[in-house]
Design a protein around this ligand. Sequence first.
Ligand SMILES: Cc1cc2nc3c(=O)[nH]c(=O)nc-3n(C[C@H](O)[C@H](O)[C@H](O)COP(=O)(O)OP(=O)(O)OC[C@H]3O[C@@H](n4cnc5c(N)ncnc54)[C@H](O)[C@@H]3O)c2cc1C
Length: 309
Amino acid sequence: MIETDMLIIGAGAAGMTAAMYAKRANLDVILLDQYPDTDQQTENKIKTEDNYHYINFGGVTADELVSRMEEQLKDMEIPCHKGAVRDLFKGDRAFHVSTDSEKYLSKAVVVASGAKSRALMVPGEKEFMDKGISYCAVCDAPAFKGKDVVIVGGGDDAFDAALFMARLASQVTVVHDQAKPMASDNLRSKVEETDTIEIRHNFKVMGFMGNNQLETVLGRDQNTGETINIPAEGAFIHIGYVANSRFLKGTCDLNAYGFVRTNREYETNVKGLYACGDVIEKKYRYFVTAISDGAIAAMNAIKYIDLYF
Ligand SMILES: Cc1cc2nc3c(=O)[nH]c(=O)nc-3n(C[C@H](O)[C@H](O)[C@H](O)COP(=O)(O)OP(=O)(O)OC[C@H]3O[C@@H](n4cnc5c(N)ncnc54)[C@H](O)[C@@H]3O)c2cc1C
């Protein structure tokens, strides 16, 4: 059993930031991650070199930014352990956390285990990832200025993405596989009244085709069985996220989609258990929001340790 003051689960933007804050408070901190993340459907990384929407500090690419954060963890001598968390519960005072090979006892825990974008799992989806296909319209929009794009999805997230893209793209087609989209009424009305957006209901995406870059979204009209090809240079898949929170089931409050419910201080309903970044119930999932969440969660976890230990 390894004992520590603060165990942080997940070494993404939120977790790395939380670890740095905890270490600066001179606490014993361990950053635990399941690297390599084998069951990730779509890798949650800011990949593009020149258009990620975060301060680039005069030319630092997204990859460099992440590796500099990792170097900083080393310089600060923050121990990074490898292991996928399987179980977490609160004992008398401290938290018991288990991976397949290790057990931890920690005064406070910060969960920063992220979420994965849901994939369609259709032919061509992996092949054209970053070659026209994206899971984040806000992240990749600038590359599609003046182009025809398709948004896949019928919920609020997809309709938000459609409105966002309509400011840049020349034509936006929203496709979804229901008779009526799930998006809220006001968003739906706004999308419907935007001239450059077309909506196709009952449209099942069957695959993606192109020649090195995406050229066509292949689909089928579910009512008529007709095959429909939509020419597009970009396709944004906005069909939801899957939270990496299975190990928290039964321990703290999760919403219907598995996202951790926290208050504005990033406290869960279990005292001493904090959650931050993409794994929590929130509206905007970006690098910058994850970093901010991580800092605040860690500050509050530090206070909790000061008060109760
Ligand atoms: C394709 C794509 C492109 C994006 N582009 C941008 C962009 O350009 N700009 C931008 O601001 N945002 C972008 N985002 C969003 C941004 O990447 C995320 O919001 C941010 O990285 C979330 O950080 P996080 O620390 O919460 O989670 P993550 O970075 O996902 O980190 C979570 C970590 O937890 C680990 N983990 C998960 N489960 C367990 C477990 N059981 N045990 C141990 N460890 C576990 C994972 O291995 C992972 O390392 C993009 C997202 C995607 C999917």
